[in-house]
Design a protein around this ligand. Structure first.
Ligand code: NDP
Length: 280
């Protein structure tokens, strides 16, 4: 029998995932009860582990690295934003099949616009990176009517590929790292969607001057300390700097509301996780 409260996050590795904690805090804040577990799926057999979860009564799942493309491929119906990303971090059992979505972009947008009070409308946006995270957010970013989105990636061809479906309808442009430095363009919002901070590196040369006055610098990575990108952006004059903890919580809230019909208020939960992170 389907259990209406049984959810899980799938990944490999998965031990580090904060999703069970976030969803437990959401449920408590709304006086609801849910059962949300971590599931380690074997590489190459996401489908088998999802089937096992389904057989145990599971109705919804979040999906993280490296299974987001598998989740998209396996679902029989998909939201537009999951189709745009070609990847899904959200699954929900609907009548007789899995429906998938990608909530990363909505999470990022809500964190920037609601929590960080920065409208994207008419802004010059620089998106650094062209991997899975960048693919997940570019469509939802365009829906907020920025003046333009420039995508810069270490491997230029991937940036070109990422902007190509958007070029006819939106002001989308791919630039090489060298051209970014040479053109001295300035951006109101700079989003680091690369994994460079993980290895203590910057995604652009240290001498790049890319921040407009009042710019927001956003690193999708998060941690106990500000990332190297955040420290560099502050030194370069960015007025707002943020890490990706808010995006993580907001993309989870976007899952929760689809499963359970109520949108949790993320701000106090972001603050609580921030405090817990400081104690880790
Ligand atoms: P991918 O592996 O799919 O893509 C990695 C991207 O980073 C590529 O564009 C790659 O460039 C670039 N890159 C890696 N190292 C460097 C470097 N040293 N210099 C410049 N560019 C580099 O990863 P994802 O897109 O899935 O994730 C990216 C980041 O976003 C991760 O840190 C992840 O944790 C974070 N994330 C955060 C979320 C949140 O909720 N806060 C949600 C999703 C992701 P190239 O193409 O040249 O290899």
């Amino acid at each position: 029998m389907r259990r209406t409260d049984k959810y899980a996050v799938f990944g490999n590795p998965i031990a580090h995932s904060k999703s069970p904690r976030i969803h437990a805090l959401f449920a408590a804040s709304l006086n609801q009860h849910i059962d949300y577990q971590k599931r380690l799926a074997p590489i190459g057999n996401f489908a088998g582990e999802l089937q096992r979860f389904f057989d145990e009564g599971g109705v919804g799942a979040n999906v993280t690295v490296p299974f987001k493309r598998d989740a998209f491929a396996l679902a029989r119906s998909a939201s537009l934003r999951a189709q745009q990303a070609g990847a899904a971090n959200f699954l929900m059992w609907r009548d007789d099949h899995w429906f998938c979505d990608n909530t990363d972009g909505a999470g990022l947008v809500r964190d920037i616009e609601t929590n960080l009070h920065t409208s994207l409308k008419d802004k010059n946006v620089l998106l650094l990176g062209a991997g899975g995270a960048a693919r997940g957010v570019i469509g939802p970013l365009f829906l907020r009517s920025p003046r333009q989105i420039v995508v810069v990636n270490r491997t230029f061809e991937r940036a070109t590929e990422l902007v190509s479906p958007y070029k006819n309808e939106f002001a989308a442009r791919a630039l090489s790292v060298d051209a970014l430095v040479a053109e001295s363009m300035k951006f109101d919002v700079v989003i680091n969607a690369t994994s460079s901070s993980l290895t203590g590196l910057l995604p652009v040369p240290e001498n790049a001057h890319i921040f407009a006055p009042d710019a927001l610098a956003y690193d999708m990575m998060y941690g106990k300390q500000p990332t190297i990108f955040m420290n560099w952006a502050s030194a370069q004059g960015a007025v707002g700097v943020a890490d990706g903890l808010g995006m993580l919580v907001e993309q989870a809230a976007e899952s929760y509301v689809q499963w359970r019909g109520e949108l949790p208020h993320a701000a106090p939960i972001i603050a609580q996780l921030r405090a817990e992170l400081a104690r880790e």
